[in-house]
Design a protein around this ligand. Structure first.
Ligand code: MG
Ligand code: MG
Length: 258
């Protein structure tokens, strides 16, 4: 899973670096396909319930599951790129939200809040803890930042391993001390989806793209995290999460793993 996670990280970095006004989301898809294919690995998304691409590219009011197309990104757009890869049967899954040119402070704040809530959720992962600890940390971070932000409830994170989507569901809301007990050896994909205003969402006519009902913008960040006796290990971060843990005063010796 570490190999798959590192490959997903590499693909997302390549895609994010290619985000510029005028690039199409289909071109980003080719970049991710090349990274994964060059490594002799398989994309998780392509063909998943018939999904036609390697990445999901969700722009502005699109939250998740956007299909790459000839849509050209333009200045002021906010694009979420989600990618999964399979190495030797094991999955990695992560997502980033990338601004296209100058998007202004409000959209940056939304994306940065979503990213911070992801890391707060990751920092809440501990053997013997509860699933609700993760959701509560994500929710608390978002709520503390703005009462005007919504947390999408219709789509959640998930267990991950020999399949991309496994038990348990990992909601981005919850209560400390409630829910499934976290055990060493589990792996979860934590993926907050945060909106400006109401978090109500609908699936568009393409039967994939999930968009906000308000038309307001959304952001989405995700990592795959292994739960170990030495703490959380962020499989989709090249440093295992070490820098982000250090920045938040969290100790996770697992992040020293390679
Ligand atoms: Mg994903
Ligand atoms: Mg996921």
């Amino acid at each position: 899973m570490r190999s798959a996670g590192l490959l997903v990280s590499e693909a997302l970095t390549a895609c994010a670096n290619a985000v510029t006004p005028g690039v199409t989301t289909a071109e980003l898809d080719v970049i991710a396909a090349d990274v994964i294919g060059s490594a002799g690995a398989q994309p998780s998304f392509l063909g998943y319930y018939g999904f036609p691409a390697v990445i999901c590219a969700s722009v502005n009011d699109e939250v998740v599951h956007g299909i790459p197309s000839d849509r050209a990104l333009k200045v002021g757009d906010l694009v979420s790129i989600d990618c999964g890869a399979i190495v030797d049967g094991w999955h990695g899954d992560a997502a980033v939200t990338v601004p296209v040119g100058d998007v202004g402070p409000e959209l940056l704040r939304l994306s940065e809040t979503t990213r911070e809530s992801l890391w707060q959720g990751i920092c809440a992962v501990a053997v013997g803890g509860r699933l609700g600890d993760i959701g509560a940390a994500v929710e608390g971070c978002v709520r503390a930042t703005s009462p005007d932000y919504g947390i999408v409830r219709d789509y959640v994170g998930h267990g991950i391993g020999s399949q991309m989507h496994m038990s348990p569901p990992v909601p981005n809301f919850g209560r400390v001390g409630k829910g499934l007990r976290l055990k060493s050896g589990m792996a979860v994909a934590i993926e907050p989806m945060v909106t400006v205003g109401s978090a109500d969402v609908s699936v568009l006519e393409d039967n994939w793209t999930v968009a906000t009902d308000t038309g307001n913008v959304a952001a989405h960040w995700e990592h795959t995290v292994a739960i170990t006796d030495r703490g959380p290990w962020v499989l989709t971060a090249p440093d295992g999460g070490a820098a982000e843990f250090a920045a938040r005063g969290v100790t996770s010796p697992a992040s020293d793993l390679t």
